[in-house]
Ligand binder design. Structure first.
Ligand SMILES: Cc1cc2nc3c(=O)[nH]c(=O)nc-3n(C[C@H](O)[C@H](O)[C@H](O)COP(=O)(O)OP(=O)(O)OC[C@H]3O[C@@H](n4cnc5c(N)ncnc54)[C@H](O)[C@@H]3O)c2cc1C
Length: 331
């Protein structure tokens, strides 16, 4: 490891943090801090016996040439594949309507969290370390975790945590304080017997439910383990974010059951998860937060709440800082 390179701390090992660390590697020594055990942030997967649930982003699209090229490298590494799902539109009391989507949708294989695992290779990631405080002086910052341990000093600290969490860590980055994100309840159901459904993805309108996916039908999944993932709308989630989770689960099971015309109480496995910061509306223009004391922030929320936005936000940060570091070090 070259010690003359700038020391950078990156908070968060989701897609943004991992891409940023990979792209800054020629110019800086990067250390990532991740509060969770898993890698990949909202590209997440839960397991329950034979059942698997991609309970964060279920899939993603790639519209720009740059992101398509990146996704292509992941395809070549067999980390993602296109998912040619049968997609329908669903409304309460109406039969499903087959829906054609022009965009190609991608999923991680054998699960979504494989993307984070793959991108974290060769990076220094401190897992299960929740950063609670940044202290010190400009360009000599220290991080403190919830146990009171200190790390550093670092020339720069870059937060890729969701906007609200970044705003707590970096109160002086004033513009971050006004970014809002929306939550999402995710219901996970595992069935011992298949349900008689003719589709794999349903986009829903007119309900507490926004989307239903049959997770086990994604490519590269293990056989068995009939797994359904149900997303509530952001409005329903916001209204009930403090409600009793048993009640939330029962309501979502009932609403989803009405939509698909099945009694979903027959599920052997049932769980509900609340993402308080799942996605966000598109920003009026792409944002990049860098102050003149060595603190910075990026993430999907700087553009819009998508995987592609997270990638572009990290690339923009890496371009800006990499250019500065190259000038400083003459590389
Ligand atoms: C239910 C749901 C559905 C979605 N659907 C889609 C979709 O259909 N299409 C799409 O493109 N995108 C979708 N998304 C959004 C997509 O997952 C995100 O845009 C993308 O994964 C964000 O990546 P990121 O690296 O910017 O943030 P994250 O993945 O959130 O990474 C931030 C990381 O920071 C960590 N962290 C936070 N605070 C701290 C701290 N104090 N100390 C240490 N670590 C910390 C977190 O644990 C996390 O790992 C969905 C997300 C959810 C939750």
């Amino acid at each position: 490891m070259q010690t003359d390179l700038p020391h950078i701390a990156i908070i968060g090992a989701g897609l943004s943090g991992l891409i940023l660390a990979r792209q800054l590697a020629p110019y800086a020594q990067c250390e990532l801090f991740e509060k969770s055990r898993g890698l990949g942030g909202r590209l997440a997967t839960r397991y329950a016996g034979d059942y698997q649930f991609d309970h964060g982003a279920p899939d993603f699209t790639a519209t720009s040439a740059a992101f398509q090229a990146f996704v292509h490298t992941l395809e070549q590494a067999r980390v993602v594949v296109p998912w040619h799902a049968i997609r329908v539109r669903l409304q309460p009391g109406k039969p499903p309507v087959i829906s054609e989507y022009p965009e190609r949708h991608y999923v991680g294989i054998p699960r979504m969290n494989q993307i984070g695992k793959y991108l974290a290779q060769d990076l220094v990631v401190r897992r299960q370390v929740r950063i609670t405080r940044i202290h010190g002086t400009p360009y000599a910052w220290q991080l403190q975790d919830e146990q009171g341990n200190d790390y550093g000093p670092y020339d720069r600290v870059i937060s890729t945590a969701p906007a609200v969490q970044t705003a707590v860590l970096m109160p002086d980055l004033l513009a971050v304080q006004s970014v809002s994100m929306v939550g999402c309840y995710v219901l996970m159901l595992g069935f011992t017997q298949p349900l008689p459904l003719s589709w794999q993805v349903a986009e829903v309108t007119g309900s507490a439910i926004r989307r239903i996916q049959l997770n086990h039908t994604k490519p590269g999944r293990p056989a068995g383990g009939y797994s359904m993932v149900v997303h509530a709308t952001s409005a329903w989630t916001a209204t009930h974010s403090e409600a009793d989770r048993v009640w939330v689960q029962a309501q979502l099971i009932r609403s989803a059951g009405e939509l698909v015309g099945q009694d979903l109480n027959q599920a052997e496995h049932r769980a509900v998860h609340l993402w308080r910061y799942a996605t966000c509306p598109p920003a009026a223009e792409p944002l990049l937060y860098i102050d003149d004391a060595g603190l910075a922030a990026c993430g999907d929320w700087c553009r819009s709440g998508t995987v592609e936005a997270a990638y572009h936000s990290a690339c923009a940060m890496a371009d800006t800082l990499g250019h500065d570091f190259a000038q400083q070090t003459g590389r």
